[in-house]
Design a protein around this ligand. Structure first.
Ligand SMILES: *[C@@H]1O[C@H](CO)[C@@H](O)[C@H](O)[C@H]1NC(C)=O
Ligand SMILES: *[C@@H]1O[C@H](CO)[C@@H](O)[C@H](O)[C@H]1NC(C)=O
Ligand SMILES: *[C@@H]1O[C@H](CO)[C@@H](O)[C@H](O)[C@H]1NC(C)=O
Ligand SMILES: *[C@@H]1O[C@H](CO)[C@@H](O)[C@H](O)[C@H]1NC(C)=O
Ligand SMILES: *[C@@H]1O[C@H](CO)[C@@H](O)[C@H](O)[C@H]1NC(C)=O
Ligand SMILES: *[C@@H]1O[C@H](CO)[C@@H](O)[C@H](O)[C@H]1NC(C)=O
Ligand SMILES: *[C@@H]1O[C@H](CO)[C@@H](O)[C@H](O)[C@H]1NC(C)=O
Length: 286
């Protein structure tokens, strides 16, 4: 436990090392699904993943093939051995015409085996008559909400999500499912000629840059954005898991780090070592 804590303080140095580490699948297992590399403890075949949560369903009816997380419909874009994965999700929308609400789509993530990162994502909504809220299965009792108004496009500012045309809010820790819903105060009637739709999405920090043009772009509803999930092994701390060497995931020379978003732990090769800390040959000196 103590080791894990000390190691996190070296965060900056570790990030650089981690990017140099080759992502390795378990021997005999597919190392890629389309564009996505699949390092162990993840795996796409029988016996290739450490447990069901780490199964990657590679759907080859798509060209290139698409990777999905476990039994969910969550599409995986990138798997990092540093305890996170990047997935992709649709934008939610609430669109109006002069005759009232036209189309409405609540975007969601359901039954993710791993929590949605509360530190690396932002709940974002754009619109000029927009009340958007995220209700999570494991969030606080009341949903996280975000409100944005503008009675004139000139009030919205490119790159700024402070409530004039765009708003952002943090999402709660430990959330594995959510539904993003909308409401409006005047059904967009006062802003219809420049903002017929409200849009909402959870997005990786830094991956969305608000533009005033998005307020009037009805094609924005077709966009997808990346979301970061925090993965960890099991539901025990390093200290607890280390007492049961048979099931302990951190192999030779590796270091254990406690998960920060919920339970579980992950493993890391220390400075001067490289390899996949979850495989039996573990971390090797460079
Ligand atoms: C897959 O990778 C290729 C080459 O890097 C790139 O051109 C293509 O856009 C990628 N496709 C997807 C779906 O990410
Ligand atoms: C692959 O995707 C197709 C099209 O969405 C779907 O019909 C099929 O059930 C999927 N197969 C698997 C194994 O997920
Ligand atoms: C928006 O504001 C600008 C400057 O304040 C003004 O010139 C313009 O007429 C306004 N447009 C509308 C539709 O209210
Ligand atoms: C965001 O977009 C604006 C133009 O709309 C641009 O000036 C700015 O540099 C962009 N910021 C980032 C972080 O990409
Ligand atoms: C906002 O950015 C868009 C490009 O994304 C640009 O066309 C527009 O002129 C910018 N508006 C303002 C007010 O800076
Ligand atoms: C929306 O997409 C359609 C088809 O992709 C395109 O024809 C249209 O010009 C787009 N509209 C805007 C406002 O970008
Ligand atoms: C921890 O995980 C084990 C194995 O997946 C499971 O049986 C157990 O119920 C879990 N305990 C808690 C507190 O979630």
């Amino acid at each position: 436990m103590g080791l894990g804590y000390k190691f996190e303080e070296l965060g900056f140095k570790l990030t650089i090392i981690a990017t140099l580490v080759a992502a390795e699948a378990k021997p005999g297992c597919e190392s890629k699904c389309g564009n996505v590399s699949i390092p162990y403890p993840f795996g796409a075949g029988n016996g290739c993943n450490i447990n069901n949560n780490f199964f990657i369903r590679c759907n080859k009816t798509f060209n290139p093939p698409k990777a999905f997380l476990s039994t969910t419909d969550i599409e995986v874009l990138y798997i990092s051995l540093d305890g996170y994965l990047r997935v992709q999700n649709w934008v939610g929308y609430d669109c109006y015409s002069s005759s009232g609400r036209g189309s409405y789509f609540e975007t969601w993530i359901a039954h993710s085996p791993f929590p949605i990162s509360n530190t690396r994502n932002k709940f974002t909504a754009i619109g000029c008559d927009t009340y958007a809220f995220v209700a999570g299965s494991k969030g606080p009792a009341s949903p996280t909400a975000c409100v944005t108004f503008c009675n004139n496009l000139t009030h919205a500012i490119n790159g700024s999500c402070s409530g004039l045309g765009c708003c952002q809010a943090a999402i709660p820790k430990g959330m594995r499912s959510y539904k993003l819903s909308f409401d409006s105060f005047w059904k967009h009637s006062k802003v219809l000629n420049f903002n017929p739709c409200s849009y909402g999405f959870v997005v990786e920090d830094g991956a969305y840059n608000f533009s005033v043009l998005h307020l009037s772009d009805t094609n924005f509803s077709k966009r997808k954005f990346p979301i970061i999930l925090d993965w960890a092994i099991g539901n025990q701390s390093c200290a607890e898991a280390g007492m049961n060497p048979q099931n302990y995931a951190c192999k030779r020379n590796s270091i254990c780090i406690n998960g920060e978003n919920g339970n579980g732990y992950w493993c890391k090769c220390p400075d001067g070592f490289q390899g996949n800390p979850y495989l039996s040959h573990g971390c090797q000196g460079k």
